[in-house]
Design a protein around this ligand. Sequence first.
Ligand code: G6P
Ligand code: MG
Length: 219
Amino acid sequence: MIKGFIFDLDGVITDTAELHYTAWKKLSDDMDWHFDRDLNEKLRGISRMDSIKVIMDHNDVSLDDEAVVELATKKNDIYVESLDDMTPEDYLPGARELLTHLRSEGFRVALGSASKNANKVLKQLNATHFFDVIGDGNSVSKSKPAPDIFLYASEKLGLSPENCIVFEDAEKGIDAAKAGKFHSVGIGPEERVGHADIRFDTMKEATLFEVKSHFKDLF
Ligand code: G6P
Ligand code: MG
C-alpha cells in the first residue's frame, strides 16, 4: 500500500534549471569554457560537483581538486543570490495543489533532492511545512543515480520503498528510484523519464486522482 510520497525539488516542485543555467553560464564565460542549454540539460538531477566535472570534461579541462571546489563555490554563490528573487508564485503549476491534497489525505511526504540549497528554495516558496522529512544534498554522500537519498527519506518516514512513490524529472533520478525499488512517477518527456512507472508531461497533469488510477491496486 502507498503511504508516502518523496519529491525531487528542482524540476518537480519548482523550475530552477534556468537559474542553474545562468550561474553555470556566468562561470563558464569567466573561464572561457563552452556552456549551452544542451549541456545544462545533462546536469539535471546531478550534484554540483558532478555537474562541474561534466562541464570540464566537455571542455577538455582538468584542474586540481581545490581549484574545482573553488569554481563550484563561485557558481553556487551566483545561484544562491538568484534564489532571493524566488517567491511562492514560483511553484510549477500543479505542484502546490498536489502537496496540499496529499497532506489533507494524510499521506507522509518527504523531499529527496540532490541540492544543498533545498532548505533555502523551500523557504522562498513557503513550502517547508508540506514536508515531514527533508532529504537534501547534505543528507547522503552518494548522489543520484544511487538510490541513497530516497532510501534516507523513506527510512526517516518510517516506510519501506514499496510503500512510497517517488516524483522525479531527471533520467538519473528515475534510475535512483528504480535502484531503490520505489514506485516512480516521471515528470517530463518520454526520452528523459520514459522508464518511470508512469509519466506525465508536467506536474499539472500529475493529480492524486491520476496517480491513484495508475497505481490502483496500491491504494
Ligand atoms: C538538483 C538540480 C541539479 C543541481 C543539484 C545540486 O538536482 O537538478 O541541476 O546540480 O540539484 O544543486 P546545488 O543547489 O547543491 O548546487
Ligand atoms: Mg530534478
